[in-house]
Design a protein around this ligand. Structure first.
Ligand SMILES: [Zn+2]
Length: 406
């Protein structure tokens, strides 16, 4: 199992200066390597069915600057610019690996058939982190972390590294409020256990706009409107930034204030997501949720409140937390969950405005979201509600058609 812990770093003045220096050098290296790739890509590309012989000269054959080529070429960089020799070599190589990653994402489709946008050159102050792809197990000692070539940096260990976990990588990040270290931890000993799924230990959740979520037991969790509450301050700060002259010290200060404000909202939200998932997993072993197309939803008018509520982040936290605890979070196909009756399976059409589910065939009266949540739970545990009127044998308790009805 892989997990990541984030700790605050308190580097002294010279260490902080060194980190800033590295970030700037790495930023320039990143831009240079990205440029190399763009150049090669542009100069060797030609239409698939024709290569123009008239209007362009045939380009010189250049070796493709792939990851390994660029990694070898770092030697030349170090010769030309000795300051790069000060950077830990694996950190420098990781910078080249990042170029490869963003370029690959741009050229090839991912699992869901989408490509990322064209990688961008990073302006001053827009390169925020570097990574040690390998780090010693005993790098943390007496509230200090030994970062190769930087030295022992004070680290605030607000929680211990869990027993049995190995530190795989260390990333140093510069945020609006200082420096952090993100450690990736691995534990191979965690066995993959899964609970047995039944109706008693599971719950279905329906994500909504009125409430953040509603469970199949009828409990609601209201939407925390952090972003909207602090919208006023955000607006104020934004205005204040735009009033100030570009490049001025006062503008820089206000931008910093603004980014700290954004960070605060993000952290409040994350905290809420962690606490909500913990509460669910304390109570239930299996949580079923709708497999929503969150990006598709966010493009519609409702975008503001959806992004405020941050369903995507919540669901991924829920899944990770469940997996770590040996519990389960199951994504189910949301088709029919709002329209069908959770008791008898009858299709009961509703518009968005209809908040109540009232079934004409079995007489079930229920809040529409609770009805949906129960449907989600049923799908998650694999219990399908069949339409009673179509299959009389279902009422008799048969799951398959008995010979009697053939
Ligand atoms: Zn019904």
């Amino acid at each position: 199992m892989l997990t990541a812990y984030k700790y605050k770093l308190r580097p002294n003045e010279s260490q902080a200066h060194q980190i800033d220096e590295w970030l700037n050098l790495l930023r320039m290296q990143y831009n240079y390597r990205l440029g190399q790739r763009f150049d090669w890509y542009e100069s060797t590309r030609c239409p698939i069915n024709s290569c123009s012989l008239v209007s362009c000269s045939i380009a010189e054959v250049v070796e493709q600057p792939d990851y390994y080529w660029q990694k070898r070429d770092l030697l030349n960089t170090k010769k030309l610019f000795p300051e790069y020799g000060e950077i830990h070599s694996q950190v420098l190589q990781d910078c080249v690996a990042r170029v490869k990653k963003s370029f690959d994402r741009y050229l090839t489709k991912n699992k869901s058939g989408k490509r990322s946008g064209k990688p961008r050159f990073k302006g001053r102050g827009r390169y925020h982190s570097f990574t040690y792809p390998q780090i010693k197990q005993d790098c943390i000692e007496n509230n200090r972390i030994a970062l190769p070539k930087i030295g022992k940096v004070k680290i605030i260990l607000h929680r211990p590294i869990p027993d049995g976990f190995k530190i795989k990588t260390a990333q140093v990040v510069r945020n609006a409020d200082g420096y952090h270290a993100i450690l990736t931890l691995q534990d191979d000993s965690v066995p993959a256990i899964s609970p047995d799924v039944n109706l008693d230990n599971s719950v279905g959740i329906d994500m909504g706009l009125k409430d953040f979520l509603i469970t199949s037991d009828g409990d609601t969790v209201p939407i925390p409107q952090f972003a909207r509450k602090s919208e006023k301050r955000k607006k104020l700060l934004n205005k204040s930034v735009s009033r100030k002259k570009k490049g001025s010290n006062r503008r820089r200060k206000t931008v910093k204030k603004l980014s700290k404000h954004h960070q605060k909202i993000a952290r409040q939200r994350k905290d809420f997501h962690y606490k909500t998932s913990q509460k669910l997993l304390d109570k239930y072993d299996v949580v079923g949720f709708e497999d929503l197309n969150i990006k598709g939803l966010a493009k519609t008018r409702m975008s503001k409140s959806i992004l405020d509520a941050g369903w995507g982040e919540f669901l991924s936290i829920l899944q990770t937390k469940a997996a770590n605890a040996g519990l389960m979070a199951i994504a189910v196909n949301p088709k029919g969950t709002t329209q069908n009756c959770s008791n008898c399976g009858t299709h009961v059409p509703k518009t968005i405005a209809d908040r109540w589910h009232s079934c004409p065939s079995c007489g079930l009266e229920l809040d529409r979201d609770v009805n949906a949540a129960i449907n989600i739970k049923n799908i998650a545990v694999g219990r399908t509600v069949v339409k009673a009127q179509d299959t009389p044998y279902a009422i008799a308790g048969f799951t398959e058609k008995p010979a009697l009805y053939a």
